[in-house]
Design a protein around this ligand. Structure first.
Ligand SMILES: Cc1cc2nc3c(=O)[nH]c(=O)nc-3n(C[C@H](O)[C@H](O)[C@H](O)COP(=O)(O)OP(=O)(O)OC[C@H]3O[C@@H](n4cnc5c(N)ncnc54)[C@H](O)[C@@H]3O)c2cc1C
Length: 537
C-alpha cells in the first residue's frame, strides 16, 4: 500500500473508524468493549455543534441502554405524554400520531435530546476504553485496501477552525487495520475512495433549523407538532431537557442568508413567545434535506455506515437512528468475522438487511416531506380536505400508530413473518435479578423456549448456539419451573398470541426466528446457520 505522503507514525489496529459523529463513536464503543484495538480519525479538533437530531425511537433507547444510558430517567433525555399533531394553517388537526404508547420492547416510541450532548456522552464512554485511540483534528486523505487489510493516511488540520486547512508541519500518520468503518457523513471520503455512489431518490429542500433554551418552558397545544401552513411549513418540537427546536422551510426563491440571519430568526420565533428576553438562541443554521442511499454498503474490507450510507429528510426523526442501527447490527457480525467464526458473507447480509430498512425510512421521510412542503395555497387546501376526511375515519379507532420497518432479507428466517422485526422485551426475574430482560438476563443470542418445549432443540443445535455465544432458556410464569420468570406475562402472552413455543433473538434485538415444534425449529435454525459458515477472515 503506497502513499504520496510520508507518514511520520504508523498505527496497527483491528478496525479503523473514519468519522466521529454519533455513529462512529458508537462503533468505537461497541468494538472497544469487545476488546478490539480501534483507531479512529475525526477531522475536527473539537465537536462541531450543528443543530441536528433531537429525537430517537424506542429501538435506539434499547441500544443506548446497553451503554448504561437509560432514556426513561436520564437527565439529558426526556419524553412527553402528548401525541404528535399535524395541523393546517388555521391550526385545525389534519393528523394525530400516537407518540404516547410504549412499544413492545418496553420503551416509549419517542425520546428528546440534544445531539451534541449525546455525542459528548459517547465520547466520554470512548475515553474509558484504553484500546480505542482517537486521532482528533486529523483528516483521512488516502484510503487503500488489499486482501489482507486496509490503510488510511491522515493529515493534521489547523486547530480551532472548521474549515479544512492542513497544519503546516502537522502530523501525517498511517493506520493499518483489518477492516475500516466509514462513518464520515454525507460527503464520506471512504465512500468516494471506494467508488461507491449514492442513489438519489429526488428530495431536495432547504430548512432553517433553530435551537433555543427558553428561560421558562412554554406550553403549547401539544409538545410536538407539524404546521402544514403553505405560507411557511414549520416544525415545532422539543429539543431535549431545557430546549425547544423550530424548523422553518425556506420558501421558493427566498434568500437563504437573510432567512438564517439572527434578526430574521427572532422574527420567526416571535409568534411562539420566544424573544431575546425569554430565550437564549443556541444555534441556527439553514440545512439541506435530501433522500439518498447506497446500494452496496460493503466495499471489500470497508463498511459504510450512518449518513455515509443513507441520507433522509428529518421529518421522521430517523436519520441518526438508522446510523446507530447500522453499527449495532454490524459489530456483532464483524466480531465473528474477525475471530474467524463466520465468513464475510455475514457482512453482505448486513448490507442487504440495512439497505432495505434504511430505504424504507428514507421513502417514508420523503412521503412525509411531500405532505408538509406544500407552498401552493390551492394544493394545500386540497391536501387539507383529504387529510380531514382521513383523520375523521382514523379518529374512530384512535391516533395513528407508529410504523416500524422490517430488515431486508438476511440473517433471519425469511419464511417467518415474526422474524426480521425488533424483539419484544418484558420485565423478568432471573437468578435473583428482576428488571427488563436485557438487564436481568443479558444481551446476546437467546433462544427462549416455553417450559416443556426446550427439548425440541437437539443437542447438536444447542452446541451450535453455544458456539455463537448464545444460550437456550425456558420462560414461563412464576411456579412453572422456568429459568426466566415472565413477571408481566409478556413472553407467555406473545407466544400464545402467535402460536409459537420458541423465540430466537439476536444481539441487536431483532427476531432471528420463532418456531412451533421440533421440525419447524430445526428447519429454521439450520437455514439460519448457513449464514455463519465458518471461514477464516
Ligand atoms: C436538521 C436536522 C435534524 C435532524 N433530526 C434528526 C432527528 O431528530 N433524529 C434522527 O435520528 N436524526 C436526525 N437527523 C439526522 C442525524 O443528525 C444524522 O443522521 C447523524 O448526525 C449522522 O451521524 P453520522 O455519525 O453518520 O455522521 P456525522 O454526524 O455527519 O459525522 C461524520 C463525521 O465524520 C467526520 N469526517 C468527514 N470526513 C472526514 C474525513 N475525511 N476524515 C476525518 N473525519 C471526517 C466529520 O467531521 C463528522 O464529524 C437530523 C439531521 C438534520 C440535518
Amino acid at each position: 500500500m503506497t502513499s504520496t505522503l510520508t507518514p511520520q507514525v504508523t498505527h496497527e489496529a483491528d478496525v479503523v473508524v473514519n468519522g466521529l459523529g454519533p455513529v462512529g463513536l458508537m462503533a468505537c464503543i461497541l468494538l472497544g468493549r469487545k476488546g478490539y484495538t480501534v483507531h479512529a480519525i475525526e477531522r475536527w479538533h473539537k465537536p462541531y455543534g450543528r443543530p441536528r437530531a433531537v429525537t430517537f425511537d424506542h429501538e435506539i433507547a434499547r441500544i443506548l441502554s446497553t451503554l448504561g444510558i437509560e432514556s426513561d430517567d436520564d437527565v439529558s433525555i426526556d419524553y412527553h405524554d402528548d401525541h404528535y399533531y399535524w395541523v393546517n394553517k388555521d391550526r385545525e388537526i389534519l393528523m394525530e400520531v400516537d407518540w404516547i404508547s410504549k412499544e413492545s420492547n418496553g420503551y416509549r416510541n419517542r425520546y428528546w435530546f440534544s445531539q451534541p450532548e449525546l455525542e459528548d456522552r459517547l465520547r466520554a464512554l470512548v475515553s474509558t476504553l484504553p484500546n480505542v485511540t482517537l486521532h482528533n483534528g486529523r483528516e483521512a486523505v488516502e484510503f487503500t485496501q488489499d486482501e489482507d487489510g486496509v490503510s488510511i493516511v491522515y493529515r493534521e488540520i489547523k486547530p480551532d477552525i472548521f474549515t479544512v486547512e492542513f497544519a503546516e508541519g502537522g502530523e501525517i500518520g498511517r493506520i493499518n487495520a483489518r477492516y475500516a468503518i466509514g462513518s464520515d457523513g454525507a460527503n464520506s471520503f471512504i465512500r468516494q475512495s471506494t467508488g461507491l455512489e449514492l442513489t438519489d431518490l429526488g428530495f431536495d429542500a432547504q430548512w432553517l433549523i433553530v435551537d433555543t433554551k427558553p428561560h421558562e418552558m412554554p406550553s403549547y397545544m401539544t409538545a410536538h407538532f407539524q404546521i402544514c401552513d403553505p405560507a411557511r411549513p414549520t416544525t415545532v418540537v422539543p429539543g431535549g431537557p431545557g430546549r425547544r427546536r423550530w424548523e422553518f422551510m425556506s420558501l421558493p426563491g427566498e434568500d437563504l442568508t437573510r432567512l438564517g440571519s439572527e434578526e430574521n430568526v427572532w422574527k420567526l420565533l416571535e409568534e411562539w413567545g420566544m424573544t431575546p428576553e425569554t430565550a437564549v438562541l443556541e444555534r441556527a443554521a439553514v440545512t439541506r434535506f435530501q433522500g439518498k442511499y447506497l446500494e452496496n454498503w460493503r466495499a471489500g474490507r470497508a463498511m459504510l455506515v450512518g449518513d455515509a450510507a443513507h441520507l433522509m429528510p428529518p421529518f421522521a426523526g430517523e436519520g441518526m437512528c438508522a446510523g446507530l442501527r447500522d453499527v449495532f447490527n454490524l459489530v456483532w457480525r464483524l466480531d465473528l468475522v474477525l475471530k474467524g467464526e463466520a465468513s464475510t458473507h455475514l457482512l453482505d447480509e448486513w448490507s442487504d438487511e440495512r439497505r432495505e430498512q434504511a430505504k424504507w425510512y428514507i421513502n417514508f421521510s420523503i412521503d412525509l416531506g411531500n405532505v408538509i412542503c406544500v407552498t401552493d395555497e390551492a394544493a394545500a387546501a386540497e391536501r387539507d380536505q383529504r387529510m380531514f376526511a382521513e383523520h375523521a375515519e382514523q379518529s374512530k379507532i384512535g391516533p395513528i400508530p407508529t410504523h416500524e420497518a422490517v430488515l431486508g432479507a438476511g440473517t433471519w428466517a425469511g419464511d417467518d413473518e415474526l422474524a426480521g422485526k425488533t424483539a419484544i422485551q418484558g420485565r423478568v426475574a432471573y437468578r435473583g435479578r428482576t428488571g427488563r430482560f436485557d438487564d436481568a438476563v443479558g444481551r446476546g443470542w437467546y433462544l427462549l423456549s416455553a417450559v416443556g418445549a426446550e427439548g425440541e432443540l437437539s443437542a447438536d443445535r444447542r452446541a451450535r448456539l453455544h458456539a455463537l455465544g448464545g444460550e437456550q432458556l425456558t420462560v414461563g410464569p412464576e411456579g412453572s419451573g422456568a429459568d426466566v420468570i415472565d413477571v408481566e406475562g409478556v413472553y407467555t402472552g406473545w407466544f400464545a398470541e402467535h402460536g409459537i413455543s420458541h423465540l430466537l433473538t439476536r444481539p441487536d434485538y431483532y427476531v432471528a426466528l420463532t418456531a412451533e415444534g421440533h421440525d419447524q425449529l430445526s428447519a429454521r435454525f439450520d437455514r439460519l446457520m448457513h449464514s455463519f459458515e465458518p471461514v477464516a477472515a
